[in-house]
Design a protein around this ligand. Structure first.
Ligand code: IMP
Ligand code: MG
Length: 484
């Protein structure tokens, strides 16, 4: 018998002994996962289980993976791992290039290169997957796969027994949030549960723009008194952008407290990049698409006017003058992202003194019918290769739309590519994009008018104003906010 086969036999002996001993279900699962990782000689191994709706997977027991990796966003069952969830063995040779991988950047940081996944079943029904992570490129042999399938089968047995043993206990505790399909398990790692619906919605928005995230990734010590006396845990970390995001509440008291904490964090950890995202404003942005907690809230209509029609016209003509000077002797192509930009584009064009082409593109928006990930729904018709392209935007907020559009345009090899936006909500920037021409910098408020809409209303206003929402609704929501 080969050395490896002996190793597998030994591992299965040890497992059999552990399963027959007096340890808890979760201890058994951890033992299985650890023994499998050791016998295969891989970096780590994890058992992931489907949640009640069979939509997401979460790590239930793992070995050799960092806490950070385990706390990453949910794995959408539909998107990745379909082979394993359909009951087959799935191998991924190179995580960096395989499109099935949902958290590529995190996997790279975790130094994961190859993966082997097998289904975990209970009486034939797939309830999760068992996955091995290798640091090097590795093709798993049939013998190795077979061993891994055996371990997955044993896990199925343990889960089934655990379910049986703990049903009574669980019934008594009757928790309101059953974490998995296998409710009765007292599992080590629970799927991250969001403290506020806005956070969950934000996570979905990030998924839509294919930006990786980790929820409550780490706690920063802000004050020591012998021990850590004050901690601060930002809501999200976006590894690809290297940004922490803290969603802020409306309550003035809490906001002040939070601002203090963020200031302190910046003092103590100058290398940390943290952004505050006003939850209220964010909710309104979502509501525009008929989503999130504010979707049903009635608006009181238009509030304070920020930029009057003459003021807008003056600034647009100044921008056009700058653009005309910079593109002297060229024939730029102005590209706008529909629909908010149409007023600005029309005025800007008319003030230009250089000849210019104009074209538009559209992308699917969050919550629309376009599905789970953003895509270009209408592309630019003009050939852009070798052209001087000026992308024109109405407003740049988080920058996610813009960075996506710019990548799309870059792929068409323009001679140059610049950005002109009428409004810059800089304070909320997540994706750091360079803006060449900016009309006005605007505060962290929701704006309407001059092409900007709220649920398709107010685009026709000749000025730009703040949007006001129903006061009573706001207040009742705020009392439910958690501190921190
Ligand atoms: P970003 O991807 O977060 O930068 O969002 C940009 C898009 O969100 C814009 O093109 C607008 O369609 C929309 N948006 C952002 N802020 C506002 C606002 O204050 N009023 C209306 N639409 C906005
Ligand atoms: Mg826009």
């Amino acid at each position: 018998m080969g050395k490896q086969a002996l190793g597998f036999n030994k591992a299965l002996d040890d497992i059999a002994e552990a399963l027959n001993s007096d340890i808890t279900t979760s201890e058994k699962l951890r033992f299985l996962v650890k023994a499998a990782a050791r016998a295969l000689g891989v970096k780590g191994c994890s058992l992931m289980l489907l949640d009640v709706q069979r939509k997401r997977l979460f790590h239930a027991a793992s070995q050799g993976l960092s806490e950070r990796y385990l706390r990453k966003g949910f794995l959408e069952a539909e998107k990745s791992l379909t082979e394993a969830l359909e009951g087959r063995v799935e191998t991924i040779f190179d995580v960096a290039t395989d499109p099935r991988i949902q958290f590529q950047e995190l996997a790279r940081q975790e130094r994961i290169v190859s993966m082997l996944s097998v289904p975990v079943k209970i009486k034939g029904e797939v309830v999760g997957i068992l996955r091995a992570y290798s640091r090097t490129q590795r093709e798993f042999t049939v013998v190795e796969e077979q061993f891994f399938i055996s371990v997955a089968n044993l896990i199925g047995v343990v889960l089934e027994l655990g379910r049986f043993n703990e049903t009574e206990k669980q019934l008594m505790e009757a928790k309101d949030e059953p974490p998995s399909l296998l409710t009765p398990l007292s599992l080590q790692v629970k799927p991250a549960s969001f403290a506020h619906p806005s956070e969950e919605e934000f996570a979905r928005l990030l998924d839509f723009y294919q930006i990786e995230w980790i929820y409550e990734p780490r706690s920063f010590v802000l004050e020591w008194e012998g021990k850590a006396a004050e901690m601060f845990t930002p809501d999200f970390y976006l590894p690809a952008l290297d940004i922490y995001v803290e969603m802020t509440t409306l309550k003035p008291g809490l906001t002040t407290e939070k601002n203090r904490k963020v200031r302190r964090l910046r003092e103590l950890y100058p290398e940390v990049n943290i952004k505050l995202l006003a939850r209220r404003d964010y909710d309104r942005l979502l509501a525009k698409y008929g989503h999130g907690p504010l979707a049903g809230v009635k608006t009181r209509g238009v509030g304070r006017v920020l930029f009057s029609a003459p003021k807008i016209q003056k600034r647009v003509s100044q921008l056009a003058k700058e653009v005309s000077q910079d593109y002297e002797g060229h024939h730029p192509v102005l590209v706008g992202v529909l629909r908010g930009v149409f007023c600005f584009m029309a005025d800007l064009m008319r003030y230009l003194t250089v000849p210019a082409d104009v074209d538009f593109m559209a992308i699917s928006y969050y919550g629309g019918e376009g599905g789970k990930a953003v895509r270009v729904t209408m592309d630019v018709g003009i050939e852009l290769e070798g052209c001087h392209v000026l992308l024109v935007e109405d407003i740049v907020d988080t920058g996610m739309t813009l960075s996506l559009v710019l990548n799309h345009l870059k792929a068409r090899n323009p001679a140059s590519l610049r950005v002109c936006t009428l409004l810059d909500k800089r304070i909320r920037r997540l994706a750091d994009v360079h803006l060449d021409y900016v009309g006005f910098e605007v505060p962290d408020e929701f704006l309407v008018g001059y092409g900007l809409d709220y649920q398709e209303e107010y685009r026709n206003l000749p000025f730009i104003a703040l949007m006001e929402e129903e006061k009573t609704q706001r207040r009742s929501r705020d009392t439910k906010k958690r501190p921190g």
